[in-house]
Write a protein that binds this ligand. Structure first.
Ligand SMILES: Cc1cc2nc3c(=O)[nH]c(=O)nc-3n(C[C@H](O)[C@H](O)[C@H](O)COP(=O)(O)OP(=O)(O)OC[C@H]3O[C@@H](n4cnc5c(N)ncnc54)[C@H](O)[C@@H]3O)c2cc1C
Ligand code: FES
Ligand code: FES
Length: 1374
């Protein structure tokens, strides 16, 4: 009865709210040219959910928070005023479905496919090797497509790079993507041709990129064909039309005529759980709705509201989309300033202001210029295309980039109430508290008036974030000064200094402002102003966001920059006599990124039809068209349930009770499964079974799985899981390595030691001229594969068998875990993996626990169950790269020769052992990097901490081990006042050396690699050039570094170095290969297929690899340790050779004209055309009890050079140059190998300089204990397209076959990762230069990642000294 009354009341209220208007519920969109009527009832859906539900699964879900771009689609709408269409890229994951009503949505499927043919954007990306795992690929295609269609002229290369800032790729390192797209840029066409492979200067044109490069110049050692496989292509637009934009293809989808003619109607639609969605067309309608629904949520871009509803469990019953209300979309230059309607999109504002800046007097537009500059760093293109001015203001986020500027510029906000009364308030009075503004429930923001600036009025903007592009600010600011001239002096009439990111509201600096007012502009003001700013902008020790010393330093740095910029501007105008000293100009130059230049050098050593050639990734065509299927795209069987995990919220606690009563009554709920429901064994683990699938009594980390809820939809499962209430009794938690070492919290039996020579004796005998000691903290890293963890499990024959499709690097682990948890034999459990959207080690073992958890409800309910993790759940639960702590004592001679190294290393294992011991062991084995050390002792132990279990990650401990080495080498060099590069060269090891674990070093190539690099980067010249730059620039410094690497190839567990393959030849001459390795973007299937093609002497197109499956090739090792091409290539070759041997008698008759005819003839003669191949790596083995043996089959060598530039006042940096040389033997596929090097280098750059994991620990008290703060792309920043080196050169050492491996190649996946550390040491070199200015030349630690915080605080100056001492070391979770 009660609910009937409530419903009736709601209806009555709605009737009043809707007034006399005719609201329509007919929602029409076009998707890829097809008209679709959107049913009512879907107001809770995003555009992405809808697209995927209707089968358009090319658009991917990578994060759901607008941070990765995997969901990018193009939206076109018709502007009735200008009679033009607008085309823009948006994130479908944040767009409410009904927000695109009346628009045309083009997804990747709308461009082209294999049947219809590829669109030029798709074709170019595929041919340029721009797609590895392919998960990000449709998003990139759509961003580029939207740019092309929306521009009248071909875009510039700058515009192309800018437009990709909202798209992340974790595999490629972006270079091939940029190259693929730059062929669409407006540039000098004469260097490009459609057929020739040389430009007018006789320079070779790269087949991949269409740009001059060296690849064709190299010796084509075995070339038996004259040209490379790929055509060189430039694309230019065919036609432009105001309605349809640029058409690049005659099959381009046009803007649907119906949408031009269609009358736009006000909309009223509904959604799940009583949600109402209104799209009024008049301000009156908005006000009427608002008067009836004071709690209604206004929505424009939904970039805040979408995040609140998805991640903060906010629920809004009435949503009013105000995108179509003319009064809220005003954008007009008026006499007293610019009127900006609150619904104006940021991209619109940006374009408008750019026009205004050109049209008006420059003194009038100082504010406009500051806003345009700030908007450049505001989010990515997709967000700016939808996010509104009003949305940003009314959200009142403490880190809003615009709010400090509105205040500083004296902007006024016009507010209208539901009766139509308009009031005006100054921006400075508008922000009242945390996300609280001066708007009553019956009011909305109408518009903003931005006043023109006057002569002698200067406005500047500031922002420092972790990542320059598409990141929210750590601290930002808006500053304005208005001067008047009096007796030849410039007197401050009025000044505004406003900071964001330092308090719950934008904070003014009142004392500083009043001190400055009336004073003469001059550097004499600075010191007092600094002192007052320090008082004005306090930050308490545990303020949210942390980094107190840094953020406070930034507030002063920004003011200093402001002061210098204004001084400089006045000086240019001749208003000030004393300008800036030349070296101080470096504080005012803003960063602007030139176009990326990249070259790749390699030789092609052709072997047969395919090996040695830069073949395109076999799935590239499917990936660029969105046809490639990943786990979440697999069609689900009927009756499938969706799962969500119930996770621990405590780092260490006893579970007291689990209450599922609310969950049970949640819509769609089908069951909750806990440890007691496990049919088989609840304990599991890859090596020892020390972890529970479902925590039974005690939880040992936040994010540990306690249970799994299944329901009819993903959202319902999540809602129900959130309603499971758990009571805990907390226990003490260990939350860092240091704490673990202090209390002796280690995983059992993990203490290890490796010894060579006698360290003690060497120290005791006093042979060392000098002895240094220190500590290296090595930060962890999130895998951030673009495809989140996921699995679909279904029972066969009512659970007699279990099958699954999983995103995993180790299908066999899934098979084992699932069999174990269900108590089934391995023979009844099958795991298949077609491809995965990146793994990097994160899907080696940790993925299997999800499959085990999902298998329980699937088995018990006899129904298929699917689990796809949300990005935050993935990051919180699945473990990361291990952080390490290294303690060293190093003895050496005055000449720089290393004599003794005593090393203790610890890694943070988390709450289960997983692979942590093997990771530690590899770190210990790499604790010499490339150096000859006669006396060395490395001891190590795995710490038990109350964090999710850390796991494999590209390099598997090797990079951490080598980073510790490079740190103490740098310490040595500083001690000796010599360059680190000299010390390295002095100590390189060579053939014949016995390494500290007993392996004899053979075929050592470090010398060749190093010398080649040194010549290539012109190291000596580079050193001179940066010294000159540094002498002339006080606030910007450049640094360089060269770093070598030697990476051991093989699993260190001997038994894992085996591989199986199944090769089947069909009677049409095509070959199906199945092997135990997983394709995760690294091109394994392509390389293995090349081996098969060459073996049978057939084209690559005749070989196919469909999937990896445990029922085809049993007992496979995980695809890891870089060795998969070696192992599976050899196993496939073995199978091919068996088949060839069987074919030989028939082949020798010479009666066949093709392989197909031969296969048919063999079939007729009853020859078995299927073979199982096998390979086991020879001559390896290691005994940890003696610490001696030969764990590695061989080593891959490389070296990298980097040059960086830092802004010493803010800690901002960019990499100017990276040059990488690697020894990869005779590469099986140089294009794929170069792609691996570039991708690994950029991932390594992320690890050392950008990606910081922040955990709730002693160092981060503002985060709840044991919780991960950086749990999504919003807070965890991997490199984006604009973080790659401006000059990126990669080359492979030539003429160096590797006798140990198939086709003389070498493994590549992991070895280049460590080379990214050249950027860290180049940053350190630059910091040395900055410190030298202040008289500090001693050694200092620089932990990774060298984020702006670490860079700024290490560049000690009078500002930092106000907040921290000279030896301050910023906090790091290790
Ligand atoms: C990936 C990503 C990156 C981002 N990067 C940045 C960044 O670099 N800098 C930055 O400052 N912000 C950033 N943001 C935050 C966000 O994009 C901006 O705040 C944006 O401007 C919000 O606009 P919107 O139209 O999407 O707001 P919506 O989500 O549609 O609305 C936001 C709020 O404003 C209210 N509102 C909107 N209009 C009115 C009105 N007329 N009257 C009263 N209330 C109103 C809504 O009711 C709602 O509460 C980012 C967000 C994401 C998801
Ligand atoms: S899925 Fe939409 S931006 Fe990541
Ligand atoms: S290819 Fe870009 S994420 Fe894998």
């Amino acid at each position: 009865m009660g609910s009937i009354t409530k419903a009736a009341e709601e209806e009555r209220a709605a009737a009043v709210a809707e007034g006399e208007e005719e609201w329509s519920d007919e929602a029409v969109v076009y998707v890829n040219g097809v008209r679709r009527v959107l049913p009512d009832g879907l107001a809770h859906l995003t555009l992405l959910q809808y697209l995927r539900d209707i089968g358009l699964r090319g658009t991917k879900l990578g994060c759901g928070e607008g941070g990765c771009g995997a969901c990018t689609v193009m939206v076109s709408c018709y502007d009735r005023t200008t009679k033009k269409s607008q085309h823009f890229a948006i994130n479908a994951c944040l767009a409410p479905l009904y927000s695109v009503e009346g628009m045309h949505i083009i997804t990747v499927e709308g461009l082209g496919d294999r049947q219809r043919g590829l669109h030029p954007v798709q074709e170019s990306l595929a041919n340029a090797h721009g797609s590895q795992c392919g998960f990000c690929t449709p998003g990139f295609v759509m961003s580029m497509y939207a740019l092309l269609r929306s521009s009248k002229q071909p875009p510039t290369e700058d515009q192309i790079e800018d437009s990709l800032a909202g798209n992340l790729c974790r595999c490629t390192g972006y270079r091939p993507i940029i190259d693929a797209f730059r062929v669409f840029a407006k540039t000098d066409n004469s260097v490009y041709t459609n057929s020739s492979s040389e430009n007018t200067n006789g320079q070779a044109i790269c087949p991949s990129t269409g740009k001059p490069c060296s690849c064709r110049n190299e010796a084509d050692v075995n070339a038996n064909e004259s040209s490379l496989s790929l055509p060189v292509k430039r694309y230019s637009p065919c036609s432009y039309n105001e309605i349809d934009g640029n058409a690049y293809d005659e099959r381009e989808l046009i803007f649907p005529p119906e949408l031009q003619l269609r009358k736009v109607a006000p909309l009223k639609l509904n959604g799940f759980d009583g949600i109402r969605w209104y799209r009024p067309l008049k301000l009156k309608q908005v006000l009427n709705l608002k008067s009836c629904y004071p709690d209604a949520k206004l929505v424009i871009g939904n970039s805040e509201v979408g995040v609140e509803t998805k991640f903060k469990n906010a629920q809004y019953k009435v949503m009013i989309s105000v995108t179509h209300v003319p009064e809220l979309n005003i954008l007009e230059a008026k006499e007293d300033g610019i009127q900006i309607g609150s619904s104006v999109r940021l991209a619109q504002l940006q374009n408008f202001l750019k026009r205004v800046i050109v049209e008006r007097e420059s003194h009038e537009t100082s504010s406009c210029q500051a806003i345009v500059r700030q908007l450049k760093w505001f989010a990515g293109t997709q967000i700016r295309n939808v996010a509104s001015v009003g949305g940003n203001i009314c959200t009142a986020s403490p880190i809003s980039d615009l709010n400090p500027l509105w205040i500083a510029t004296g902007a006024r906000f016009q507010i209208i109430d539901v009766r139509g009364n308009v009031r005006t308030t100054l921006a400075k009075d508008f922000f009242l508290g945390y996300r609280k503004v001066d708007i009553k429930p019956d009011e909305i923001l109408l518009s903003v008036i931005l006043p023109w600036t006057r002569p002698l009025e200067y406005v500047k903007e500031f922002k420092q974030a972790h990542r320059r592009e598409d990141d929210i600010a750590l601290v930002n600011a808006g500053m304005r000064v208005y001067l008047r001239e009096a007796e030849g002096n410039q007197i401050i009439s009025d000044v505004s200094i406003v900071y964001g990111g330092v308090a719950v509201v934008p904070l003014r600096a009142p004392k500083t402002e009043s001190f400055l007012t009336g004073k003469k502009w001059g550097s004499g003001l600075l010191n007092d102003a600094f002192d007052l700013l320090k008082e004005d902008i306090p930050l308490s020790e545990n303020a949210p966001g942390g980094m107190i010393e840094f953020r406070r330093s930034l507030t002063l740095s920004f003011f200093f920059k402001f002061f210098l910029s204004v001084t400089h501007e006045m000086n240019i105008k001749g208003l000030l006599k004393d300008g800036l000293h030349g070296t101080h100009l470096s504080a005012v130059q803003s960063y602007s990124r030139p176009v990326t230049v990249a070259t790749q050098g390699y030789e092609m050593v052709r072997q047969g039809t395919s090996v040695g050639q830069p073949m395109v990734h076999m799935s590239a065509m499917l990936q660029v068209t969105g046809e490639a299927e990943y786990t979440d795209d697999t069609p689900t069987p009927p009756n499938t349930l969706h799962a969500a995990l119930v996770l621990s919220k405590k780092a260490h606690a006893r579970i007291l009770s689990i209450d599922d009563s609310l969950a049970k009554s949640s819509p769609g709920f089908a069951g909750l499964f806990l440890s007691k429901d496990v049919p088989g064994a609840n304990h599991t683990g890859p090596i020892i079974h020390d972890e529970e699938v479902f925590a039974s009594e005690v939880v040992t980390c936040v994010g540990q799985i306690i249970g799994i809820v299944v329901a009819d939809t993903h959202d319902n499962a999540k809602n129900a899981a959130n309603k499971v209430h758990i009571e805990y009794s907390e226990l003490p938690a260990v939350l860092s390595i240091e704490e673990a070492v202090k209390v002796g919290s280690f995983h059992p039996n993990t203490k290890k030691c490796l010894v060579k020579g006698d360290v003690e004796k060497c120290f005791l005998l006093g042979a060392c001229d000098r002895v240094i000691s220190g500590e290296v903290r090595v930060g962890g890293q999130e895998h951030f594969y673009m495809e989140p963890q996921g699995t679909l499990v279904w029972p066969v024959d009512s659970g007699n068998e279990i099958h699954m499709v999983s995103s995993t690097q180790a299908p066999q682990k899934h098979q084992k875990y699932v069999a174990n948890v269900l108590g089934l034999p391995l023979s009844k459990v099958v795991c298949k993996t077609k491809r995965i959207g990146g793994g990097f080690g994160g899907k080696e073992t940790r993925a299997a626990i999800y499959a085990a958890a999902v298998a329980v409800p699937s088995y018990c309910l006899r129904r298929p169950v699917k689990l796809i993790l949300d990005r935050d759940i993935d990051m919180v639960t699945s473990g990361q790269r291990h952080s390490f702590l290294g303690k060293y004592k190093v003895g050496f001679t005055n000449d720089g020769k290393i004599l003794a190294v005593d090393l203790e290393i610890y890694n943070n294992g988390g709450n289960s052992l997983d692979l942590s011991l093997a990771v530690l062991e590899r770190a210990m084995l790499h604790s010499d990097n490339v150096y000859d050390i006669s006396n060395i002792r490395v001891s190590g132990q795995v710490c038990f901490t109350n964090f999710p279990s850390n796991t494999a990650f590209r390099g598997f401990g090797g990079p951490q081990g080598m980073l510790i080495v490079e740190n103490w080498i740098h310490h040595m060099a500083t001690e000796l006042q010599r360059s680190p590069e000299e010390i390295k060269e002095l100590n390189f090891h060579d053939d014949g050396v016995v390494l500290h674990y007993g392996q004899l070093l053979k075929n050592c190539r470090i010398g060749s690699v190093w010398n080649e690099l040194k010549a290539s980067c012109n190291f000596m010249e580079a050193r001179k050039a940066i010294s000159c730059f540094n002498a002339n620039n006080r606030w910007r410094k450049r640094g360089i570094a060269m770093v070598p690497t030697k990476f051991g190839i093989s699993f260190t567990a001997k038994f894992m170095n085996q591989a199986g393959a199944l090769v089947q030849v069909y009677t049409d001459g095509t070959v199906l290969v199945t092997h135990g390795g997983v394709e995760m973007g690294q091109g394994l299937h392509t390389k293995v297929a090349q081996v098969a093609a060459t073996s049978f002497n057939i084209p690559l197109s005749s070989v196919f690899i469909s999937e990896t499956s445990t029922d085809k090739v049993p007992n496979a090792s995980p695809t890891a340790a870089s060795a998969s091409s070696d192992l599976y290539g050899a196993a496939v070759l073995d199978a091919c050779q068996q088949i060839k041997a069987r074919m030989e008698p028939i082949a020798s008759r010479g009666t066949h004209n093709s392989f197909a005819e031969l296969a048919q003839a063999c079939y007729m003669e009853r020859v078995d055309l299927s073979a199982h191949g096998f390979y086991a790596t020879p001559d390896i083995g290691f005994d940890w009890t003696t610490g001696k043996g030969s764990p590695f089959h061989y080593f891959t060598y490389g070296a990298a050079f980097a040059e960086v530039e830092i802004d010493t006042l803010t800690g901002d940096f960019h990499t100017r140059t990276a040059d990488v040389v690697m020894d990869l033997g005779f590469s099986i596929n140089p294009a794929i190998d170069i792609g691996q090097i570039e991708g690994a280098f950029i991932q390594g750059l992320g690890w050392v300089a950008m990606e910081e994991l922040k955990w709730g620990d002693d160092n981060h008290k503002w985060i709840r204990p044991g919780h991960l703060f950086t749990s999504g792309p919003g807070s965890y920043k991997i490199p984006s397209v604009n973080d790659i080196p401006l000059n990126f050169k990669v080359s492979l050492l030539k003429g160096v076959p590797n006798p140990k491996v198939i086709h003389s190649s070498k493994a590549v996946g992991e070895p280049p990762f460590f080379l990214g550390s050249a950027v860290l040491f180049a940053i350190k070199d630059a910091i040395f230069a900055a410190r030298a200015e202040e008289g500090y030349s001693d050694w200092f630690p620089l932990d990774n990642p060298a984020t702006p915080e670490r860079i700024r605080m290490a560049c000690v100056d009078s500002i930092t000294k106000k907040f921290a001492d000279v030896y301050y070391r910023p906090k790091l979770s290790v």
